[in-house]
Design a protein around this ligand. Structure first.
Ligand code: ADP
Ligand code: MG
Length: 513
């Protein structure tokens, strides 16, 4: 008899402000695993204290007093080469910071669920290819074997589908429904329209705002309170890091209070002066109306891109802590003509969906629920840069327009310019603009070792394949040759090399043991 315990596969919502880890329990239900502090949500915050690296609640607490030692929201900087703050005399790549967070989640969860390394990690639907790769790399650094990267709204829809009985083994037949997932977290906003059928989840359109979230609502309160202080005492409390740290925390608390009460107040202390500012929910909603309007605009755009009307939407699903603000619910109710669904936990739904996906992929719990088909779209247009023949100006040639169902393959044929040309360089970008500088640079694909007998004008076909998870694969075919594969490499200016990844993994996973 083989009595090796089966290792669990987990789902991780690697959030901008909070991260959550979940697994599918013995009776086949998704369940959040508490961290070592006993909390279901782990703040995505890292404290560098001398030689110690502390992740989560204690790090978040230190924000009020030791802001300079804190790496906050590394997810906002994923895709950049390094995080914008220096700790000691070190700069860290955002992947390493995310790796620390993932490693804490992993170690803490292993205490409850047993040892494991397989995980599904979620990303915002509008994350581009570079950020998806960086997230996958973060998983590696954190000591995980990343089974899949799935979109947060898709994960939320899977959790919803599970709860509503759409993931089914009994052969149930039902007409698919359309759902709109509105996800407003701490630092990001995401909206996705999906079709949910029996064991089928298909994304129709997706859009988002990488720089919009609960923090922006906090900031409005901070500005308001700081102005009140300045009007009274002539000095700006936000210039002092201790006063600012306290304001950050107190304004966030006041904002959350205003979701359940009609009034809140914030005490601002700086030097020997202090002032109490009262805020009503109405005032707060007025001072943040433009932020809510931005989400309203994106929701309309996404529905338009999906070619659907509100009458086609059967459910509006709320995800993300900031959807607790009553103004969000009111806006969505009046926009959609229906009450948003509030049966899912806005904090845990994404991790639960990811855990279900992990269980499906690792083929566990096959007696509890059916594996489901998940179909995504790409959230950014993929293109290559080419020089216009007449002007010589570099322009983006779109290859795969946004919201194309995945997987998808696009071909582009290049011609050699010189006899015996040995290599070709293709610059790959993502974005909705036709000037290369306004797009996000995915990297350059260098194809070399072409046969040395090629005539001028030989056709080289490059195939760009977007996989289900939004990652890019490339294949190259050279006209007139029988050779199938050519050596190529995507050079990613902002990515870590394999050696760097391994050395970070060793550093983070071992020092924390
Ligand atoms: P993320 O996905 O970005 O990690 P979450 O979904 O965990 O974020 O949401 C965190 C945000 O939700 C924070 O800005 C927090 O202040 C906000 N939030 C949590 N509870 C409430 C509440 N009761 N009212 C308003 N905002 C809330
Ligand atoms: Mg989130």
């Amino acid at each position: 008899m083989n009595d090796t315990p089966i290792k669990p596969a987990v789902g991780i919502d690697l959030g901008t402000t909070f991260s959550v880890i979940a697994h599918v329990n013995d009776v086949g239900r998704p369940e959040t695993i508490p961290n070592a502090e006993g909390d279901l949500l782990t703040p995505s915050v890292i404290l560098f204290d001398e030689d110690e690296v502390i992740v989560g609640r204690e790090a978040a607490k230190a924000k009020a007093t030791e802001l300079e030692k804190i790496a906050d929201c590394p997810k906002r900087q994923i895709g950049n080469q390094v995080y914008d703050k220096v700790f000691g005399d070190r700069r860290y790549p955002p992947e390493a910071l995310q790796g620390w967070i993932l490693n804490k989640l992993k170690r803490d969860a292993a205490r409850v669920a047993g040892d494991f390394d397989e995980a599904v990690i979620t990303v915002p639907a509008y994350f581009d290819e570079v950020r998806r790769k960086s997230t996958q790399d973060s998983g590696f650094i954190g000591g995980l074997n990343v089974l899949d990267i799935i979109n947060e709204p898709t994960a939320a829809a899977v959790a919803y589908g599970y709860q509503a009985g759409w993931i089914d083994l009994t052969g149930k037949v039902a007409e698919p429904i359309n759902v709109l997932v509105y996800d407003l977290g701490g630092g990001t906003f995401d909206v996705t329209v999906m079709e949910v059928g029996v064991n089928r989840f298909r994304t129709i359109a997706t859009d988002g705002d990488m720089r919009l979230g609960g923090q922006d609502w906090d900031q409005r309160l901070i500005d308001h309170v700081a102005k009140n202080f300045k009007d009274n005492y002539g000095i700006d409390p936000t210039e002092d890091s201790t006063a600012l740290g306290k304001l950050l925390r107190d304004c966030k608390d006041a904002k959350e209070t205003l979701s359940s009460r009609s009034k809140a107040s914030v005490e601002c202390v700086f030097g020997s002066s202090s002032i109490k500012t009262d805020i009503s929910r109405e005032m707060f909603e007025d001072m943040t109306l433009d932020l809510l309007d931005r989400t309203d605009f994106t929701v309309r755009q996404t529905l338009k891109a999906a070619k659907l009307a509100w009458t086609d939407i059967d459910k509006v699903i709320l995800v993300g802590g900031s959807t607790r603000m009553p103004a969000v619910r009111e806006m969505l109710t009046s926009l959609s003509g229906q009450q948003p669904d509030t049966t899912l936990s806005p904090d845990e739904a994404v991790a639960h969906g990811a855990a279900l996906r992990a269980a499906m992929l690792s083929n566990r719990h096959s007696n509890a629920f059916a594996p489901s088909e998940i179909k995504n779209v790409n959230s950014h247009t993929l293109g290559v840069v080419a020089n216009e023949v007449e002007t010589g100006i570099a322009k983006v040639v779109p290859l795969i327009p946004r919201n194309t169902p995945l997987p998808v393959v696009a071909r582009r044929v290049f011609k050699t310019h010189r006899k015996n040309q040995e290599s070709i360089l293709v610059q790959i970008v993502e974005g909705e603009n036709n000037t290369p500088e306004d797009c996000s640079q995915l990297g350059r694909c260098a194809i070399w070792d072409l046969p040395d007998t090629l005539d001028v004008g030989t056709l080289i076909e490059v195939r760009f394949a977007y996989e289900e998870n939004g990652r890019l694969k490339i294949k190259v075919k050279v006209g007139g040759t029988t050779q199938k594969a050519f050596r190529y490499e995507i050079q990613r200016p902002n990515s870590l090399t394999t050696e760097q990844l391994e050395s970070w993994r060793e550093y983070i996973c071992e020092t924390d043991e």
